[in-house]
Design a protein around this ligand. Structure first.
Ligand SMILES: Cc1ncc(COP(=O)(O)O)c(C=O)c1O
Length: 363
C-alpha cells in the first residue's frame, strides 16, 4: 500500500525527541498555556517576520476568532472561494457574517482575483483567500483591492505553512494569517491545533482573551469568548517539527518535481506561478479520466483522494445561501477532475515511479 501521507514513518525519525518533550511536559503538570505554547508562538512569529502569534485549538478556530476580533459579524459579508475545505465558510458563518463566493483560478485553484471586485458591496468587510494545496493566492492583487475598498484580509493558510510569494511568507500579507496543525497538514501535530499570526498587538491581546473565555485575568471576563487554547503537548510536538519544516517542504518540492517530470505529458500537473514557492501540501492533478485513474490506483494499492468533490456553494448545508449549479463553472469543473496523489516528505522515488506508471497506462 502507498498511503496519502505516512505519519508513522515521520514519527519514527523524530520519536526520541518527541518522547523527551512529552516526558518533560507530563512531569511539569502544566498542560494548558505554558512555556511550550509561548515558545512555539514566538518561534512561529519570528519565522514569519511578524510581531504576534496566538495558538488556538484548531484552524477553524483561528479563522473564526480572527473574523470575530476584526469586528466582523451579523449583516457583514466576507468574500471567499467555493473550492476549499468546508471550515473556511463555516468559520465566517459562526460569526453571523455571510460568505460570498468568487470562482477560482483554473491553474492554482485559488480565488480568481479578476472576478473579485465585482462581488464587493457596502456589506463587504473582508476578503478571505485560501492558499489551497500549498500554493498562495495572488496576494499582491488581493492586498491592492483590499486597500482600495478598505477591506480586511484574513488568509487561510491551513494548507500552506512555509509557502511564499515573492519571498514573503503565507500569512504575513493580511490582517491575520490562520494556520491548522491537523495531523496530516504539512506542519501537523498529534491532535488538533491552530494558530493566528498578525502584526497588531492590541488585536493579538483581544484574540488571547477570546480563546480563553473572554478573560485576560483569572475569573475576570471582559467579553464572551470560547475555549480554544493550543495545549502544551501539541505545542511541544510542533516545536520539534517546526525545526524541520523547511526541510519537509523542500523534500515535498523534490517529490513534486519528479511527479511533474513523469506525468506532465499525460495529465495537468500543479502549476507554480511566477514568484510563488509552492509547498505541495497536496500534489493535485487534473484529468477528465480522473475516476478511472483513481480506480486503477486503488486496484494497485495506491491511495488517492478527491479534494474536493463538491464545491461549497453546492453543499447541502449551505443551500440557504441561494447559490445554484453553474454559478462557479471553474470550481464545478475542477471538482469533477481533480485527484490528489500521495505526497509526504518521506515518499520514496520508487513509489512515485510506480504511481506514474499506473497513471500513464490509464491515460
Ligand atoms: C483550507 C482549510 N481551512 C481550514 C481548515 C480547518 O482546520 P482545522 O481542521 O484545524 O480546524 C482546514 C483543514 O482541515 C483547511 O484545509
Amino acid at each position: 500500500m502507498i498511503p496519502m501521507v505516512d505519519l508513522k514513518k515521520q514519527f519514527q525519525e523524530i520519536k526520541d525527541e518527541v518522547f523527551d518533550v512529552l516526558a518533560k511536559i507530563l512531569e511539569s503538570s502544566q498542560y494548558i498555556l505554558g512555556p511550550n505554547v509561548s515558545e512555539f508562538e514566538k518561534k512561529v512569529a519570528d519565522y514569519h517576520g511578524v510581531q504576534e502569534a496566538v495558538g488556538v485549538a484548531s484552524g477553524t478556530d483561528a479563522l473564526h476568532l480572527s473574523i470575530d476580533a476584526l469586528g466582523i459579524g451579523k449583516g457583514d459579508e466576507v468574500i471567499t472561494t467555493p473550492f476549499t475545505f468546508f471550515a473556511t465558510a463555516e468559520a465566517i458563518l459562526y460569526t453571523g457574517a455571510q460568505p460570498v463566493f468568487v470562482d477560482v483560478d483554473p491553474d492554482t485553484f485559488t480565488i480568481d482575483v479578476a472576478q473579485l471586485e465585482k462581488k464587493i458591496t457596502e456589506k463587504t468587510k473582508a476578503i478571505l483567500p485560501v492558499h489551497l494545496f500549498g500554493h498562495m493566492a495572488d496576494m499582491g492583487k488581493i492586498s491592492d483591492i483590499a486597500k482600495k475598498y478598505s477591506l480586511k484580509v484574513i488568509e487561510d493558510c491551513a494548507q500552506s505553512f512555509g509557502a511564499e510569494l515573492n519571498g514573503k511568507k503565507a500569512g504575513s500579507f493580511g490582517d491575520t494569517g490562520c494556520f491548522s496543525f491537523y495531523p496530516s497538514k504539512n506542519l501537523g501535530g498529534y491532535g488538533d491545533g491552530g494558530l493566528i499570526i498578525l502584526n497588531d498587538p492590541v488585536m493579538a491581546d483581544t484574540i488571547r482573551k477570546l480563546r480563553n473565555h473572554g478573560s485576560g485575568r483569572s475569573y475576570i471576563h471582559e467579553r464572551i469568548g470560547v475555549n480554544s487554547r493550543l495545549d502544551e503537548i501539541q505545542a511541544g510536538i510542533l516545536l520539534v517539527k517546526l525545526k524541520r519544516i523547511d526541510d519537509y517542504n523542500r523534500k515535498r518540492r523534490l517529490k513534486a518535481a519528479l511527479y511533474n517530470e513523469l506525468l506532465s505529458d499525460k495529465v495537468k500537473c500543479p502549476v507554480e506561478k511566477n514568484g510563488a514557492y509552492h509547498v505541495y501540501h497536496q500534489y493535485t492533478i487534473i484529468s477528465q479520466r480522473r475516476d478511472e485513474i483513481k480506480k486503477q490506483l486503488k486496484e494497485n494499492g495506491v491511495s488517492s483522494v478527491i479534494y474536493y468533490p463538491v464545491p461549497l456553494h453546492l453543499q447541502e448545508a449551505l443551500k440557504f445561501l441561494g447559490y445554484k449549479n453553474g454559478d462557479f463553472p471553474v470550481a464545478e469543473r475542477v471538482a469533477g477532475e481533480v485527484l490528489s496523489l500521495p505526497m509526504y516528505p518521506e515518499l520514496e522515488e520508487s513509489a512515485i515511479i510506480k504511481i506514474a506508471e499506473i497513471i500513464r497506462k490509464v491515460v
